[in-house]
Design a binder for this molecule. Sequence first.
Ligand code: PEP
Ligand code: MG
Length: 365
Amino acid sequence: QPELSGDFAELMVWADEVRRLGVRANAETPTDAATARKFGAEGIGLCRTEHMFFEGDRIVAVRQMILADDEKTRRTALAKIQPMQREDFVELFEIMAGLPVTIRLLDPPLHEFLPKTHADMEVVAKDLGVDVAEIEARAHKLHEFNPMLGHRGVRLGISYPEIYEMQARAIFEAVAEVQKKNGKSVIPEIMIPLVATRKELDLMKVVVDQVAAEVSQLSGQKLDYLVGTMIELPRAALRAGEIAESADFFSFGTNDLTQTTFGLSRDDSASFLEKYQQRGILEHDPFASLDIEGVGELIEIACERGRKVRNGLKLGICGEHGGDPASVFFCHKAGLDYVSCSPFRVPIARLAAAQAALGGPLKTE
Ligand code: PEP
Ligand code: MG
């Protein structure tokens, strides 16, 4: 495990004394969570739960779930995944020891989970008791030309609420277990991705609230939790006033917000972005450092409209920009509560947050 030591560790202590912005980390594995803490993260700002399902048995169960054509079969596949999810969360809560943990419900680009090879199709076909041609046909139906603008995020939760229900149950059962063991309350922050309208959030909140009530009754534990949303679509930023009526917190997903504000693919745009910088159209890659004039204005609008409705609404950022110094300065000025970045960027974010509090970057001759 990496560790901060010597003068560098001391510099970090000075930085922490002056900064106002909180610094959290994006982490979903125990290793990343432990690294984040060693580097001084004050919580997890984004646990991308889809990253927990790429390996081994898990992806097999996820494929079964996606390719099942009825709710009962989907629930059977989800029941296999749930105990693994519960253990993931128990581990994260233990490592984070009472620090805030924001868990984002499933946000997969579906294509990443579809079987790619014939052998993979055969496995799913066997598990679901149908022939390979049928699985091929179902996979074909789920194919999207623009998966990043397609059936992902909350849209999946709307189509298949049982997925978010399973995840909420795994979270609350983990909370109940850790609370019981340690005698201290754990307050998870449950985050709904890719929300464009308040109604989407409201529908998912019903699912989460219902599961919380059930688990609370079964476990005999009091369960406190927050339900918030990512703000990563321009519509969500503009309608932040009404969305805030239903959200306990906002977290700006600036990767998607940059993609959707510019209409630029976050996966394919690198080749011509370079030309844009060479010709002075863009000062920098907007996916690496926040486009303050455009994306930044949307963030400011959302902060203002959200806080007008909910005084003290908790605001964070969890896109890649959370670990970029210039973007961190902007977040400080915009009045955000915290930035969340990859674990190895936490020290940079702590320094940048301190510099921002001291009035901006130090000028060197
Ligand atoms: C984002 O869109 O900025 C974000 C943090 O979510 P993801 O990168 O997982 O889409
Ligand atoms: Mg996103």
